[in-house]
Design a protein around this ligand. Structure first.
Ligand code: F3S
Length: 382
């Protein structure tokens, strides 16, 4: 891979061992992916924050890197951690977990990463412009950036995103290139989608079965609906989609799609996806909404429904609003997947997000009720 003079000097260690390590990672990844060169990025979203997911090995790795006295070169934000920094203790987060979690956050802060702790950076001050090259980890934010915002990011790992933050570059390959952003298959939606749960089910059905870049036809989703649909799509390998007449560049959908594979999504597939994600017919211990983190409009929607059962709403700290209803807890910095809910005494959750349903069940071993917000509020919670 071609390197500029400055990049060579970073690789030779002239800017310190922390930057050198970052450059070594990017060069190795660029070589594996046959990138011609590196390109500048305008922002970074770093994942690998919760102590629940990275453990002691991740904590030590980050503290070692932070000790090398290296700082970010571009605006960089963080994915959710394992707890709300302000009310985590009150919600029952174990002491040992809190201590390790704070050390992880401190290591990132020392390197200059902003402790935003949200998976919706685009709703909290890190919203790239169309066409911007970025290096984001967190699959739901990557697919949103590529598809809804028209920015360009590969699906980075926590380590490669941090390396990009520390040198301001990423390998020029994959979804940074025009030729890799073309539609590869068509999804014809032949059923009415009535709520975000339905959009999530659509994303989950397609995302778990197909790879490539789909164009969805016959739907007109709003941004928050694409947020939850994209997160579900990205539980599989897909990192970009188009919606005909809605997303940037979906003029592309006018191209001849005759040679492309066509997938039908009907009432049968909707039912299949919903049933596959439901593991619990009883009332869940708590209803958890906000995967990805809720927008201010979504929070207001739930508040208007005046829940009579306990509901936890996960959102970016910037998007918290005061609420009077004692059944609603607005929680920042974390989510139902990366917080240690089991250790906090919770065995089952009600969610409307397919991504949350999938990981709460498969990663956390929780029982999951997957339903619309209305369905959840009318039937369950403790
Ligand atoms: Fe965000 Fe957690 Fe879902 S990080 S996308 S709320 S799994």
């Amino acid at each position: 891979m071609y390197l500029t003079g400055e990049e060579e000097r970073i690789l030779d260690g002239e800017m310190g061992t922390g930057a050198q390590k970052a450059m070594e990672i990017l060069v190795a990844l660029g070589d594996i992916q046959d990138a011609e060169r590196l390109i500048d990025v305008s922002s970074v979203q770093v994942s690998g924050v919760s102590y629940k997911t990275i453990g002691d090995a991740g904590l030590e790795f980050l503290e070692d890197w932070a000790r090398m006295d290296v700082r970010t070169r571009v605006f960089s934000t963080l994915n959710p951690a394992g707890m709300d920094m302000e009310i985590g203790r009150r919600l029952g987060c174990p002491e040992g977990f809190i201590e390790k979690q704070m050390r992880i956050i401190d290591a990132y802060k020392k390197m200059g990463v902003r402790a935003s702790c949200t998976c919706t950076p685009y709703l909290a001050g890190n919203r790239p412009l169309p066409g911007a090259h970025i290096a984001w980890a967190e699959s739901s934010s990557v697919i949103y950036a590529n598809s809804v915002l028209g920015a360009r990011s590969n699906r980075e790992s926590g380590v490669s995103a941090l390396a990009s933050a520390l040198v301001g570059r990423t390998p020029y390959c994959g979804l940074h290139l025009d030729e890799n952003r073309e539609i590869t298959f068509v999804v014809d939606v032949d059923v009415g989608l009535n709520c975000k749960r339905d959009y999530a089910a659509l994303g989950y059905y397609v995302g778990r079965r197909y790879d490539g870049i789909p164009v969805f036809r016959n739907i007109r989703p709003l941004e928050d609906e694409m947020k939850i649909m994209g997160a579900a799509l990205a539980t599989g390998p897909i990192s970009m989609f188009y919606v005909e007449g809605v997303t940037p560049g979906s003029g592309n959908a006018d191209v001849d799609t005759r040679g492309l594979e066509k997938v039908k999504f009907t009432d049968d597939e909707l039912k299949e996806a919903c049933e596959g994600l439901n593991t619990c017919s009883d009332e869940p211990d708590v209803i958890c909404l906000g995967c990805p983190h809720l927008s201010p409009a979504e929070i207001r929607e739930v508040v208007r429904l005046n829940p009579k059962k306990e509901v936890w709403l996960f959102t970016a700290r910037e998007n918290k609003i005061p609420v009077r209803n004692k059944n609603i807890k607005i929680i920042s910095d974390t989510c139902m997947v990366v917080s240690p809910l089991k250790e906090m005494g919770i065995g089952s959750v009600g969610v409307n997000s397919a991504k949350a349903a999938f990981y709460c069940s498969n990663l956390s071993g929780l029982d999951v009720r997957f339903d619309s917000v209305k369905g959840l509020l009318e039937s369950g919670g403790r």
